[in-house]
Every structure is written in structure tokens, then in C-alpha cells.
Design a protein around this ligand. Structure first.
Ligand code: GLN
Length: 381
């Protein structure tokens, strides 16, 4: 007998591996991107209420109408537009699922999908599992992870079916400017190429920056699906609720897959989020995380860890450790967890290509006292 191997990525993802290691060594876990602080009391109360009120059976396939309407109102308000309609929203069990289902709806066997590394770890396996051919474009730390758009142009072939992008970007913290969107629209031109835009950190941008959602790009919106996550917006990664926004034909193709993959998403969570969306503090997530970013960077100021460009968004800050060690980043991260009780993520985990960077990713979506204690540990290294 043989089991199917559908992708070329590691059988055990780096986030699980480092979190397990952090537990084994009782280390501060600045590796996996998950908050360790409590959720808003009102949101928790809405969830309990929804269960008690009997909302415990399947929700409609596309998502609760009340939630999709609340999402449309929220997006239109946040991005000062009127373009988002509840019909253009599909509620998903998280954003990773949204990426898989989007690829499944778009890709035929052998179609090429361009993506950029460093990349979130599910992109490549998701492309492979859904029958696509991953075409990776490598961004270098030495070039500030800037995209060489001429290279993108060169990599587009007649088989290119989609380009997968991510802003705000995990792990670099880069937030796309209008220039980036314009470049993407230019290289795609009138070619039949879809864009899957992973925008899960759209709430979490710092220093008065604005996230620019893909669905507002006039030249791309008809061929684009934007992927979002309440996990990040409301610090509830374990609820696994997100959503997609797309043009009507893409929504129809997405739903055609979605109904047979999961049918529908956790009903009480949808009720709770629909209520909370109506009065949550839009600026809270960015303010909370910016404070935490600054706490971490301040705490490491006198350490031998050197921050790369200050994170403009997400949960993450990259640090160069070349002043400390010659070890490769995986063995450095393991050694740090075991010997100094701080778990991080090696940057090479976001690359398929061989790396020699001496860089780790630190997650600052953690309690203030955890960040300070971890920074104190790291400052001793
Ligand atoms: N997105 C989070 C990170 O980058 C967690 C991902 C995961 O655990 N699969 O750390």
C-alpha cells in the first residue's frame, strides 16, 4: 500500500515544530503567530450567548447574512468605499482554507502560480495540492525584500494562471504601497491571470500607514480575490473564521468548491463576530500590536540582535543574529529555545531555496510581560 504525497513541503510545519520545542523547554514562545492574551470580553460573551440562544446548527453555505452584511459595512467604512456588497463575501473557516479554496476554484492541473518567497508556509503546498505548478520568485534580505517587477514579467508564461501576493507581509512586515499594486497591474496587463491577495493582517498596520485592499484596485478587482482573517483582527486565531471578497464570477466558482469542502462555518462564532463587528474599536488591533512591536524593539535595543527594517505591519519583526553566531538559522533557533528559553522562527522556513541568511522572525503578539522577559533573555545572548 502507498499513501499519496501531494506536496514537496516539510511533513511537519515549522510553527508546530517550534511551538512544541518551546513547550518542551518551557521557553517564551515568540515563534508561532498567535496571541497569548485574552480576547475582548464582549466578543466572548457574544459567543456564549449565541450557543445559549440555540444557534448551534449549520449556518448558510456562504455565511450568515448578518455577518456578510456586517463585513460589507465594516470594509466600506474602513476603506471609504461603497463597492463591497454582502453577496461578494464568503465566510471561510480561516484564511489558509480561503487560499486553498481559491486555488482550487482557479487552477487546472499544470497551471502555473507565481508566488514570492519568503512566503507563508502554506502557499507552495497549497499550489501543489490543488494541481498547480509553483513558480517562485525569491526576494532577498540584502535587497530589502523588494520585488523585481522585471523578473515577474519574465516569469509570466502562457501557463501562468494566478499570482499569489501577501500584504501586510508575513514575515517581513512590509506593507504594499500603491506603487506595488500599480506594478502588479502593469505586469498582468490584460492577461487572463488571477490575483489571490492574502491580506490577513489588514487591521495591523503601524505608524499611521493605510492598508490598501486588493478589491479597490481598479485594474485588478475583476480578477482578484482578497483573503481576510478574524483570527488576526480580533486576536482569535483559534476560532478559525475568516472571509474572502471577490467579483461575482469568482465568488460563484469559490462557492462551488466551498460547499463540498466544508459546507459552512462555525455558526455561534459567526453570530458572535457579526455582533462584535458593529461596535468594535477599528484602531485597537493596530494600536495594541504597535505598542507590542515597540516594546520588543526597545527591549532588544542593547542586545546583539539587529532589527531589519522596522515592521510596518503584521505580528512580526525580523532580527539579524550574525553578531552572535555563525550557526544556520534552524540550528540557531533550536539552540536559542533550548539554551536561552526563547523560541523564534528561522527565516529559511519561508524559503524553498537554500539560504545562508542569519535571520529569525520574532512574534510580538504576546503579553507585555512575556515580551519584556523574552527581550531580557535575548539581551544576555
Ligand atoms: N500565521 C502564523 C505564523 O505565521 C501561524 C501559522 C500556523 O501556525 N500555521 O506564525
Amino acid at each position: 500500500m502507498s499513501l499519496s504525497v501531494k506536496h514537496s513541503a516539510s511533513p511537519l510545519n515549522i510553527f508546530t515544530m517550534m511551538t512544541n520545542l518551546a513547550r518542551a523547554h518551557d521557553a517564551y514562545n515568540l515563534s508561532q503567530g498567535l496571541p497569548d492574551y485574552p480576547v475582548a470580553a464582549a466578543l466572548g460573551a457574544y459567543l456564549t450567548e449565541a450557543v445559549e440562544q440555540g444557534f448551534n446548527q449549520y449556518a448558510p453555505m456562504q455565511g450568515l447574512t448578518s455577518l456578510r452584511e456586517a463585513i460589507a459595512i465594516d470594509l466600506n467604512k474602513r476603506y471609504q468605499t461603497k463597492t463591497v456588497a454582502a453577496d461578494g463575501v464568503v465566510v471561510t473557516p480561516g484564511a489558509t482554507y480561503g487560499i486553498y479554496a481559491s486555488l482550487t476554484a482557479i487552477i487546472d492541473k499544470g497551471d502555473e502560480v507565481i508566488y514570492f518567497e519568503p512566503a507563508f508556509d502554506c502557499y507552495r503546498p497549497a499550489i501543489e495540492i490543488t494541481g498547480g505548478v509553483p513558480v517562485r520568485i525569491t526576494l532577498e534580505a540584502s535587497a530589502d525584500f523588494r520585488i523585481d517587477w522585471n523578473q515577474v514579467k519574465d516569469r509570466i508564461t502562457l501557463k501562468t494562471k494566478a499570482i499569489l501576493i501577501n500584504t501586510p507581509h508575513n514575515p517581513t512586515g512590509y506593507v504594499w504601497a500603491q506603487f506595488d499594486w500599480d506594478q502588479l497591474a502593469d505586469v498582468i496587463g490584460d492577461k487572463d491571470i488571477y490575483v489571490i491577495a492574502d491580506e490577513v493582517y489588514d487591521h495591523i498596520v503601524f505608524d499611521d500607514r493605510q492598508h490598501l485592499p486588493g478589491f479597490l484596485q481598479p485594474r485588478l478587482r475583476h480578477k482578484l480575490i482578497s483573503i481576510y482573517s478574524f483570527g488576526k483582527a480580533f486576536h482569535i486565531t483559534g476560532w478559525k473564521v475568516g472571509y474572502c471578497v471577490a467579483a461575482p464570477d469568482i465568488v460563484a466558482a469559490f462557492k462551488s468548491i466551498h460547499q463540498y469542502l466544508t459546507f459552512s462555518v462555525n455558526t455561534p462564532a459567526q453570530h458572535a463576530i457579526a455582533q462584535y463587528l458593529q461596535h468594535y474599536d477599528v484602531a485597537e488591533a493596530a494600536a495594541t500590536l504597535q505598542h507590542k512591536r515597540d516594546l520588543l524593539i526597545g527591549g532588544l535595543q542593547s542586545s546583539r540582535f539587529q532589527p531589519l527594517t522596522t515592521s510596518a505591519g503584521t505580528y512580526f519583526q525580523l532580527y539579524d543574529y550574525s553578531a552572535i553566531s555563525d550557526r544556520d538559522d534552524v540550528s540557531f533557533a533550536k539552540w536559542m529555545t533550548a539554551e536561552h528559553q526563547v523560541a523564534t522562527i528561522p527565516l529559511s522556513a519561508f524559503y524553498q531555496s537554500e539560504r545562508s541568511d542569519k535571520i529569525v522572525r520574532l512574534c510580538f503578539a504576546k503579553k507585555d510581560d512575556v515580551l519584556l522577559a523574552a527581550a531580557a533573555q535575548l539581551s544576555k545572548v
